[in-house]
Design a protein around this ligand. Structure first.
Ligand SMILES: NC(=O)c1ccc[n+]([C@@H]2O[C@H](COP(=O)([O-])OP(=O)(O)OC[C@H]3O[C@@H](n4cnc5c(N)ncnc54)[C@H](OP(=O)(O)O)[C@@H]3O)[C@@H](O)[C@H]2O)c1
Length: 343
């Protein structure tokens, strides 16, 4: 211990000597660089606090008056259902797109009962089928409507964390077809209307798995990373036409997909998450990628801590993520075994 202290003292003395004997120009340059990096860190922290706790995003009226239409995919459950409900509350008419006709009918009826004057249209399509006719049906359904908002929410993850080499062919096919192709093709159908009316919003659901490479959810992680680059590129292309394109980054939320029922400080429910997603559009000054935001405050702080310490793409982060998903897989397999024994 004493030897360590001596060694530290020695190093500090040498550093001090080197500093005092350095030419003044070098001293000023190094001091300025140090001050700049402290200032940059403090400014980034301030932006994080402002975006997470104080500032509000664009007012949704930017995209159209009451009665403007919003298209929501994956609308019959989880976050999509909540996007639909909160947009209806703000006076947007709804085109609800999802897989199950009966769930869409029920949601449409409930929302029209709750909000007098609300108009809805529904389209049941299974994105895994990747049928041209489905996209043609969507185009017909929205033809002539004043559509101002597209929520690209539909998505699928792995049923449980799984090594890539053991991932079933249909699971990986479905994840890529729904998350990537489905989002791209839906956007190609809807976005021309937004471009034509020279104002609009396209929100696409990203994920922490798209920010940080996630072993054992490799296909899902890749599909969400794909959406990040696609969305940011599209944002730049559509900006001259008055269309805002934003990727929404989220950690876990209590839905059927996450299989988590209890909220925690890090895991909001869909109502809380969607309220922040619709309330913080455009607040992306603390993000690595432009036109991207992390609306739920604790997700934003958590991501910032990772990015400004170990880094989102570091081996340490990937290893921690891997261990977490290996553990989730073990628990899921044990649960499946218990349930199999009961039958
Ligand atoms: N929940 C989270 O923790 C979390 C975290 C990060 C990102 N996200 C992203 O948020 C989005 C919504 O997730 P969620 O948790 O709300 O999911 P969810 O509760 O499982 O709901 C998914 C919705 O998509 C629809 N859907 C699923 N497969 C479909 C298909 N093949 N064709 C058409 N519709 C289909 C479902 O329709 P049915 O009702 O007919 O099944 C349902 O309406 C996804 O993009 C997801 O990746 C979620």
């Amino acid at each position: 211990m004493a030897l360590n202290n001596l060694a530290i003292n020695d190093i500090m003395e040498k550093a001090l000597n080197a500093w005092t004997s350095a030419p003044p120009a070098l001293q000023y340059t190094l001091a300025a660089l140090g001050a700049l990096s402290i200032f940059k860190g403090a400014a980034a922290f301030l932006r994080l606090l402002l975006n997470s706790f104080i500032l509000s995003g664009y007012n949704l009226r930017k995209y159209g008056k009451k009665g403007t239409w919003a298209v929501v995919t994956g609308a019959s459950d989880g976050l999509g259902k909540e996007f639909a409900s909160q947009l209806a509350a703000k006076g947007f008419n709804l085109v609800l797109v999802s897989r199950t006709q009966s769930k869409l009918e029920t949601l449409s009826r409930e929302l029209r009962l709750k909000w007098a004057g609300l108009e809805t249209k529904i389209l049941a399509m299974d994105y895994t089928q990747d049928k041209d006719e489905d996209y043609e049906r969507l185009a017909k359904l929205i033809a002539g409507l004043d559509v101002g908002i597209l929520i690209n929410n539909v998505g699928q993850s792995h049923s449980i964390p799984v090594p890539f080499l053991e991932t079933k062919r249909d699971e990986l096919q479905n994840i890529v077809t729904i998350n990537c192709l489905g989002t791209l093709k839906t956007t190609q159908v809807v976005a021309p209307i937004l471009v034509q009316r020279k104002k609009g919003l396209i929100l696409t659901m990203g994920s922490f798995a798209g920010v940080m490479p996630t072993p054992f959810l490799a296909t899902y992680s890749g599909s969400k990373a794909f959406l990040q680059h696609w969305s940011t590129s599209l944002a730049s292309e559509l900006q001259p036409y008055g269309v805002d394109v934003q990727l929404v980054v989220s950690y876990l939320v209590t839905t059927a997909m996450s299989k988590i029922r209890k909220t925690t400080i890090l895991i909001p429910n869909p109502r809380q998450f969607v309220k922040s997603a619709l309330g913080k559009i455009g607040l992306n000054s603390n993000e690595t990628f432009p036109n991207t935001y992390t609306p739920w405050w604790s997700h934003n702080v958590f991501k910032w801590i990772i990015e400004s310490t170990v880094g989102a793409y570091s081996t340490t982060t990937v290893n921690i993520n891997k261990k977490m998903h290996v553990d989730i897989r073990k628990r899921a397999l044990r649960k499946a075994e218990r349930e199999a024994k009961k039958q």
